[in-house]
Ligand binder design. Structure first.
Ligand code: GDP
Ligand code: MG
Length: 441
């Protein structure tokens, strides 16, 4: 598998003398990845300082895989930074807890309130939702709609404009009804404004929540620290939920939120739907921050699914980042050969959800076969090109005639190709580990 490892990694492994320069190069490279992932500059610098203290250069010189030792140290350090040292308040089933959600407008509070309630309801809890957002027009309707869908009792008002009285009334009512998880959704503002924080302080004072959860959009970037800190200064934030982890953002702001609130991340939101909600798991999160994706799982899948003799080539292609129609064709072949479920691409974010949505395996297979028929009408030049401009109108018409399908279908297939190529290109230059190499991560 020699060819599969990037050149940089090889050079590093071959180096006989590891010196400070190698460590610095490695740190700089990872620093870039972390800054791109929105980790706060100060935190990255702290991490660098700590790593230099932890990683002993003499130990490195003796070690086999230097890069792995450095990476492991960085990985551990980031995991530590996500651990504030004490767990958040954990509500107990059957015992009333009041949970207040705070965050800027659009961060995903209302959606996350429902997800949180639904998550617990599935486990036999009796949750209830209170809408204390009187700022945003339609806020109550939104909560009502979500709650109704999930069959969760809710409370709110169209006429009362004081969020504090609504919050208190709602909490009191659900206490009487013996709900064990009373969730208070609050308003936000587009910006951090004094009025918002004063409102949060008052709602909190009146409802005496057992836990205040700060909801943060994963894409807020470097602003995360100040934002989290501002909330923490008004209310006793005790936990963080990071939303929209299904998007492009890697969520490095979570490190800032943990640092600013001294509270752990407890869940992440991974989509707009009620069940797109996961318990926070630090290791995959850090892997993603470092741009490693879920490499261990992904590599296992490759070793399992891709025929042995094709593996080095595929890994080489992955690290080069050029995704041709021929690669797509070959991977489709693999997918069809091995059955529809749990395939190589299903390990890659973005590949599977659209190409092979869960529960639609038959349709997906038919679609893949259709795409392959169209590709059978393509020339070698077309299959091996990674130039999207090559596929002009006359070529598309020719392919459509060749495979006897409407032009529209060919265009759809090419759109799919472009989408996959985009995801593929993100892996360009990634250090792809050999089998077993990721076990430590
Ligand atoms: P609020 O203003 O803080 O209450 O935010 P909302 O709950 O109204 O959410 C704002 C937008 O973000 C809505 O369109 C939600 O559907 C969307 N949203 C919330 N959480 C997620 C998530 O985890 N993933 C995605 N893709 N969208 C989300
Ligand atoms: Mg809302």
């Amino acid at each position: 598998l020699g060819g599969s490892i990037s050149r940089a990694l090889q050079q590093m492994s071959n180096a006989t003398i590891i010196d400070e320069k190698v460590l610095n190069d490695c740190l700089n490279e990872i620093t870039r990845a972390l800054l791109q992932a929105d980790v706060q500059f100060k935190l990255v610098r702290d991490m660098q300082t700590n790593i230099k203290k932890i990683v002993n250069l003499d130990d490195l010189a003796a070690g086999h895989n230097k890069r792995k030792i450095i990476q492991q140290a960085i990985f551990n350090e980031l995991c530590k930074m996500l651990d504030p040292g004490k767990p958040s308040f954990t509500p107990k089933k059957g015992k009333t807890s009041v949970i207040m959600f705070v965050g800027l407008q659009g961060s995903g509070k209302t959606t996350t309130c429902t997800k949180y309630a639904y998550y617990h309801q599935k486990k036999g809890w009796k949750p209830a939702l209170v809408c204390a957002d009187t700022f945003r027009a339609g806020a109550f309707d939104q909560l009502k709609q979500n709650a109704t869908k999930a069959k969760i009792p809710f409370y709110g008002s169209y006429t009362e404009s004081d969020p504090v009285s609504i919050a208190v009334e709602g909490v009191e009512r659900f206490k009487r009804e013996n709900c064990d998880l009373i969730i208070v959704d609050t308003s936000g503002r587009h910006k951090q404004e004094a009025a918002l924080f004063e409102e949060m302080r008052q709602v909190s004072e009146a409802t005496k929540p057992d836990l205040v959860i700060f909801v943060m959009d994963s894409s807020i970037g470097q602003a995360a620290f100040d934002q989290a800190q501002a909330f923490k200064q008004s209310v006793a934030v005790g936990a963080v939920i990071v939303t929209k982890m299904d998007g492009h953002a890697k969520g490095g702001g979570a490190l800032s939120a943990v640092a600013a609130t001294k509270s752990p991340v407890i869940f992440i939101g991974t989509g707009e739907h009620m069940d797109e909600f996961e318990v926070f798991d630090v290791k995959p999160f850090v892997s993603r921050l470092l741009g490693m994706g879920d490499w261990s799982g992904f590599m296992d899948k490759i070793h399992e699914v891709v025929p042995m003799e094709q593996q080095p080539e595929l890994l080489q292609k992955l690290s080069e980042g050029n995704f041709t129609l021929r690669i797509m064709y070959e991977q489709f072949q693999n997918i069809l050969k091995m059955g529809p479920i749990g395939q190589v691409f299903s390990m890659l974010p973005g590949f599977s959800q659209e190409l092979m949505p869960k529960g639609q395996e038959k349709e997906s297979q038919a679609k893949i076969k259709r795409y392959m028929t169209m590709m059978d009408s393509m020339t070698n030049e077309e299959l091996d090109s990674s130039n999207p401009k090559l596929m002009n109108e006359s070529r598309i018409m020719r392919i459509a005639r060749g495979c006897g399908r409407p032009v529209r279908d060919v265009m759809e297939m090419l759109e799919e190709y472009k989408r996959l190529a985009k995801i593929w290109s993100k892996m360009k230059g990634l250090k792809i580990p050999k089998k077993g190499e990721m076990s430590a991560l």
